[in-house]
Design a protein around this ligand. Structure first.
Ligand SMILES: Cc1cc2nc3c(=O)[nH]c(=O)nc-3n(C[C@H](O)[C@H](O)[C@H](O)COP(=O)(O)OP(=O)(O)OC[C@H]3O[C@@H](n4cnc5c(N)ncnc54)[C@H](O)[C@@H]3O)c2cc1C
Length: 452
C-alpha cells in the first residue's frame, strides 16, 4: 500500500470520472466517486427496451484503434475483448448503387483516395493529391487554419466532390460532430495529426471499430467490480456544488444538500455544461467558466429502430449517402452484437450536428428515419416498427466550430490538489471518449504527483 492516506474525491461518473476513480483505486488510494444521477456512465450508457426485452445504448459509439487511453481503461475493467475492428464497410446511394469500403490494410488507402462509383481516374488522382496535402498541412499547420471551416480547407487542398461525398465529409462530421460548413479546420487537422502520428509510431494505420456489447457492459459493470474489490465509495444522486479550497489546498466538496464531503484532492470530471459554481474558490475560475460558455454545445439525435424484418445490410455499419446532403449511418446490431432476432431486428441511426432534428417530435424523427431506410433498402419498404426509441441530446458534446480550438482548459489548475477532467478539457482529441479518458489519465498523474 502507498504511504498516502489522502482522501481523493472524483466528481462525475462519466468515462472521465470512471477512469479517474478506477486508476486512483488501482494505485491503492482512498476514493469516493460522486455522481448526480442514479447511474454511472454519463453520455455512454445502456437503456432498457422492455417491449423487445433488449438493452440498446443512448447512442451508437464507435472507437478508433488509436484510442490508447481507452484501451488502458478497458484493460483495467476487463472488457478489452469486446471491441471489434471490421475490415470493411458499405456505402449506399439512394438509386441502389453501393460500394464496399476497405477500412484496414492496403485497401484502406484506396478508400482514402476515392471510392465513389462516379469517380474517374482523374478524380482519384486529385483525391490522392488532396489527401496528401491534408496530411502535410495537418502536421505543419498553415497559420490561418484556425480561421477556416473544414469545408474551406477541403476546397483549398482541392478535394474533389466525389471524395468528399464518399469519405471526407463523413469523417469530419464523425470527428467533431459538426457539419463541415461549421466545423473548425484546426480541430479536424489536430485529430488528423494525432492519427497520423499514432499510425507512424505504431506502424499501423488508425482504423475504426465498434463494441460487441452494450455500453453498460463495456464501460460500467467492470468498473463497478473494481470499485467493490478496491473499496471505492460510489455516491449516486449526489450533486456537487462547490469544491472547497482553503489556503491553496482542497479541503472538501460542498454538496447540494448542504453537507460537505472531506477531501484532500479532487478530480472534477463534469462536462462544460455543468462546471458553473464548482470552481468558485479557484483563482482562475472566471476564465474557465467563460471558456466553458464559449465552447457551447452541439446536438446529437439517436434513434433505435426495432423492425419486424432484416434490412439486408452487408456490413456492421453502412453509410447512406446523398439525398439530404448529410451522410447517415446505419448500425446493424445483429452483425455487431450477434443479437437474437426472435422479437425484432435492431438498427441504430445517429445524426450528429442535428440542429434541425433536435426540434422535431419523436414521432416525426422515427417517420423520417424509416423513410430514409426505405430509400436505401428495398426490404424496408414493407417493414413495420416493433419499437422505437429516440434519444435527443441537445448538449451531446461541446461545439467545435471555428474559433473554439484554443478555448479548452488544461487539466492542471493553480491548486495542485485539484485537477480537471472531461472530454472538453485540452487533449489530443476532439469531443470523444478518448478525450475523456486521456484527460483522466493526465488528471490522475497530476493529483498523484502532489502527494506528501
Ligand atoms: C449520442 C452520442 C454519440 C457519441 N458518439 C461517440 C463516438 O462514436 N465516439 C466517441 O469517441 N465519442 C462519442 N461521443 C462522445 C462521448 O460520449 C463523450 O465525449 C464522453 O462520453 C464524455 O465523457 P465525460 O466523462 O467527459 O462526460 P460525461 O459522460 O458527460 O460525464 C459527466 C458526468 O458528470 C455528472 N455530473 C455533472 N455535474 C455533476 C455534479 N455537479 N455533481 C455530480 N455529478 C455531476 C453527470 O451526471 C455525468 O455522469 C458521443 C456522444 C454522444 C452523446
Amino acid at each position: 500500500m502507498p504511504d498516502d492516506d489522502r482522501r481523493f474525491v472524483v466528481i462525475g461518473g462519466g468515462l472521465a470520472g470512471l477512469a479517474s476513480a478506477v486508476w486512483l483505486a488501482e494505485a491503492g488510494r482512498d476514493v469516493t466517486l460522486l455522481e448526480r444521477r442514479g447511474q454511472l456512465g454519463g453520455r455512454t450508457h445502456a437503456m432498457r427496451a422492455d417491449l423487445v426485452d433488449d438493452v440498446p445504448d443512448n447512442g451508437q459509439h464507435v472507437v478508433a484503434s488509436g484510442y490508447r487511453n481507452l484501451w488502458r481503461y478497458l484493460t483495467s475493467v476487463g472488457t478489452r475483448q469486446y471491441i471489434e475492428f471490421p475490415k470493411r464497410s458499405t456505402l449506399r446511394w439512394p438509386d441502389g448503387r453501393k460500394t464496399t469500403v476497405q477500412t484496414s490494410g492496403i485497401g484502406a488507402l484506396r478508400t482514402l483516395f476515392g471510392v465513389h462509383p462516379d469517380a474517374g481516374v482523374l478524380d482519384r488522382l486529385r483525391a490522392a493529391r488532396a489527401t496528401i496535402r491534408l496530411g502535410v498541412q495537418a502536421l505543419r499547420q498553415p497559420a490561418d487554419l484556425a480561421d477556416l471551416t473544414t469545408e474551406q480547407w477541403f476546397e483549398r487542398v482541392g478535394m474533389p466532390a466525389t471524395a468528399r461525398e464518399a469519405l471526407w465529409d463523413w469523417l469530419a462530421l464523425g470527428i467533431a460532430a459538426e457539419p463541415v460548413s461549421r466545423e473548425s479546420a484546426r480541430v479536424f487537422a489536430n485529430v488528423l495529426a494525432t492519427g497520423i502520428r499514432l499510425g507512424l509510431r505504431h506502424r499501423v494505420p488508425v482504423t475504426i471499430g465498434y463494441p460487441t456489447v452494450d455500453l453498460g457492459t463495456l464501460y460500467i459493470s467492470g468498473a463497478v467490480k473494481v470499485f467493490e474489490e478496491r473499496g471505492v465509495t460510489v455516491r449516486y444522486r449526489t450533486v456537487a456544488r462547490r469544491i472547497v479550497i482553503e489556503d491553496g489546498a482542497v479541503t472538501g466538496v460542498l454538496l447540494a444538500d448542504g453537507t460537505t464531503v472531506p477531501a484532500d484532492a479532487v478530480i472534477c470530471a463534469v462536462p462544460n455544461s455543468a462546471i458553473g459554481g464548482l470552481l468558485d474558490d479557484l483563482p482562475e475560475h472566471a476564465e474557465i467558466y467563460a471558456a466553458a460558455d464559449k465552447l457551447g454545445y452541439t446536438p446529437i439525435v439517436s434513434t433505435n429502430l426495432y423492425l419486424d424484418r432484416p434490412l439486408g445490410t452487408e456490413s456492421a455499419f453502412e453509410g447512406l449517402i446523398g439525398g439530404t446532403g448529410i451522410i447517415d449511418e446505419v448500425f446493424d446490431r445483429q452483425i455487431m452484437h450477434g443479437r437474437r432476432t426472435d422479437r425484432a431486428w435492431l438498427y441504430c441511426l445517429t445524426t450528429s450536428g442535428a440542429y434541425e432534428q433536435i426540434h422535431k417530435s419523436n414521432d416525426e424523427i422515427v417517420d423520417e428515419q424509416l423513410a430514409l431506410l426505405r430509400r436505401y433498402y428495398p426490404a424496408a419498404v414493407d417493414a413495420k416498427v416493433v419499437q422505437a426509441q429516440v434519444v435527443k441530446m441537445p448538449k451531446a458534446t461541446f461545439s467545435q466550430v471555428v474559433g473554439t480550438d484554443a478555448l479548452r482548459p488544461p487539466q492542471r489548475t493553480s491548486v495542485p490538489s485539484l485537477a480537471l477532467a472531461g472530454d472538453w478539457t485540452a487533449t489530443d482529441w476532439s469531443a470523444t471518449m478518448e478525450s475523456a479518458v486521456q484527460s483522466a489519465a493526465r488528471a490522475v498523474d497530476l493529483v498523484l504527483s502532489t502527494e506528501g
